[in-house]
Ligand binder design. Sequence first.
Ligand code: ATP
Ligand code: MG
Length: 292
Amino acid sequence: MNEVIEENERLRRERDLLRRRLAEVEENFVRTVSDSQQEILARNEALAVANSQLQELDRMKDAFLSMVTHELRTPLTVISGIAEMLETGIYGSLTPSQEDNIRQITAQAARLRQLVNDLLDLSKMEAGMMKLRLEFHDPRALIDTVIGQLITFAAQAGVILVSTVPEGLPEVSCDGQRIDQVFVNLVTNAVKFTPNGGQVTFSAESAGDFVVFCVTDTGKGIPEDALPRIFDKFYQVQSSTESGARGTGLGLAIVRHIVELHGGQVSVESLVGKGSRFCFTLPTRDHFRHLH
Ligand SMILES: Nc1ncnc2c1ncn2[C@@H]1O[C@H](COP(=O)(O)OP(=O)(O)OP(=O)(O)O)[C@@H](O)[C@H]1O
Ligand SMILES: [Mg+2]
């Protein structure tokens, strides 16, 4: 009988000991969890502060860029205006070397103005401030307008512009001026990177509720590893800059922003030595009917 009582007593002590240990483990566990929670909270707070500082810096950078580009516009307009007047000879005739210098001033001022306008457009789009004037346009008419604008520029580079756009495609919803800007950027690139004797072809076809527009050249092409970054701002393929082609790397970033603002998508295919094809889509009336 005593043995049973003793055994009982021993088991009770063991149980108490185990309970105490369990309580200790629990307490430790709770403390560790709460310590880590506090650490996570503290780190989260630090992250939030860093994040808001970064956002503020980013906003300041954008505001600064937009302010500087605005401020550059006025003096540029004045410089171009005066240079153009001098060029006409209304202030007296010019020697050949003066004429040459003035021509350079107007050309460089025009480049600078283009750059300033590109930077302003990009900062407006990145801030979500660009408004579109949407209307329905005939795809063929859009392309004919661009060809009219750029045929001489292309011919000077020995490149012909060809349209294979059929009649009767559905009208697309777009801001005509902005889509013109998209085409001008694509065609300027196509001509810039296509050697004398090449061709740039415009095509368009219906695809579901969209029309797909493509600009295809027979130029130098783009290496495969560069394709994923080609629409990033300031990105240029190194061989293009080495070969002396001018530019800033803003054109395709603007193209992508404008197309996406319209609800379309951009894409590119290219083979080095064969040529490149840039395509983008724009919604037709059916697209909006199916939305409702
Ligand atoms: N049709 C093309 N053929 C070959 N390379 C191209 C073509 N279009 C674009 N690229 C490559 O993509 C780069 C980026 O083009 P993007 O139009 O953005 O800039 P850019 O023409 O260099 O400068 P910007 O358009 O600002 O004057 C070009 O520098 C060039 O390396
Ligand atoms: Mg360009």
